[in-house]
Design a protein around this ligand. Structure first.
Ligand code: HEC
Ligand code: HEC
Length: 334
């Protein structure tokens, strides 16, 4: 009895130590959520997911039937396109790189500048944007109405076969909510599997939360604070600053903090796709970015050794859960 209590006491002391260490390096802040959130007005259902997936992969949502959502948000590129400049944006003065739509169920502000506030509201934008799918919702509703194969899909999702803008947007949003990162080796480490990531990556995690100050903005399990910052990139794009009065200095050149999960191996990274390797990204942070009034206060120069840089990169690689196994759907026939 006595021995048992001693053992128990020892265990308690040990676990107190473990949790103290956790507090210091904040490992416990990175637990994945248990469930996918969805608004009460658009709950997740398998029928809506099936419809949304079909619409997402269907190029008939664009005027010339040449571009679907998946053209730019492709499962082969972690639901982005691997391009510095998205298709169609070549002529734009300030093109922006395509972000992933993985884990978008948790987004509170959408687009690099936060100009959409829900997946439902966002879904209409690419369909109607001239340099993207270049269509309009009225004609799209008519076109889908003529495709017989869509009728049973709308009926299953909504109880009747009516097609309208809201239903299209709700289904696209629902499908995207189901695109959640696979469990990565980092997740297994957070859950207590000490061998899941290398000691180099573990040192990288400490740097991420310590000396390199990455966690000031890349927080929580998605590695974003869902906020906007100027990290001092040499880009003429004002980002959120375009939509916010100039007096709000810190929003000039500010872009949404992107997730760091499932980063593509060789980028491109950043809103302008200007970086193609993680070493360059880290060196940018070490330099501290362009000095200007809008530069984030969290951008403080620091210096890493070669080994520390390699550790930080090793850590970032543990956040990759690999491609999501999503089979492209069979598209409904006319
Ligand atoms: C021509 C390429 C292209 C196509 C087609 C396209 N997108 Fe995008 N998508 C982008 C780009 C570029 C952005 C970022 C634009 C910005 O921030 O100004 C984006 C942003 C998004 C976002 C916001 C992600 C975030 O992190 O804020 C979502 C969600 C999204 N797209 C969904 C869709 C859906 C749904 C469709 C089909 C109806 C679609 N996209 C079609 C290129 C594309
Ligand atoms: C001040 C907040 C802040 C800090 C500190 C910060 N980041 Fe970022 N990070 C951002 C923002 C904002 C962007 C997008 C900037 C843009 O495109 O204009 C970004 C982009 C990135 C990207 C590109 C991701 C993509 O999909 O394009 C990587 C990788 C990255 N950060 C890693 C790091 C690392 C590693 C550190 C620490 C050395 C760090 N960040 C520190 C806010 C921050």
């Amino acid at each position: 009895m006595k021995i048992r209590s001693l053992v128990m006491l020892a265990c308690t002391v040990l676990s107190v130590h473990a949790s103290l260490a956790d507090d210091k390096i904040k490992r416990s802040d990175y637990h994945r959520p248990e469930a996918i959130p969805a608004p009460a007005s658009n709950p997740l259902t398998t029928e809506k997911t099936t419809l949304g997936k079909t619409l997402f992969f269907d190029a008939r949502l664009s005027r010339d039937k040449g571009m679907s959502c998946a053209t730019c948000h492709s499962p082969d590129h972690r639901w982005s396109d691997g391009r510095v400049v998205p298709l169609g944006s070549e002529e734009l003065e300030q093109p922006r790189r395509t972000p992933t739509v993985m884990n978008s169920a948790w987004l509170t502000a959408l687009m690099w500048d936060g100009r959409a506030n829900s997946l439902e509201a966002q879904a209409v934008l690419p369909i109607t944007t001239p340099h993207e799918m270049n269509y309009n919702m009225k004609q799209l509703v008519e076109r889908l109405g003529e495709i017989k194969g869509y009728q049973p899909l709308f009926e299953a999702a909504y109880g009747d076969a009516e097609i309208n803008t809201q239903r299209i947007a709700m289904a696209l949003a629902t499908f995207q909510r189901t695109l959640v990162s696979n469990i990565s080796s980092f997740d297994r480490w957070v859950e207590g599997d000490e061998q899941a990531i290398s000691t180099s990556a573990q040192r990288g995690f400490e740097l991420f939360n310590g000396k390199a100050q990455c966690a000031a903005c890349h927080k929580s399990w998605r590695f974003t604070d869902d906020s906007f910052h100027d990290i001092g990139l040499d880009s003429p794009d004002l980002g959120r600053g375009k939509a916010i009065p100039v007096e709000v200095t810190i929003m000039q050149h500010a872009f949404k903090t992107p997730t760091l999960r499932d980063l593509p191996e060789n980028g491109p990274y950043m809103h302008d796709g200007s970086m193609t390797d993680l070493e360059a990204v880290i060196k940018h942070y070490e330099d501290g970015g362009i000095e200007r009034p809008s530069l984030s206060k969290e951008m403080k120069p620091f210096e890493l050794t070669e080994q520390q840089r390699a550790d930080l990169i090793a850590f970032l690689k543990t956040l990759d859960g690999g491609p999501l196994a999503v089979e492209p759907p069979a598209l409904p026939k006319e």
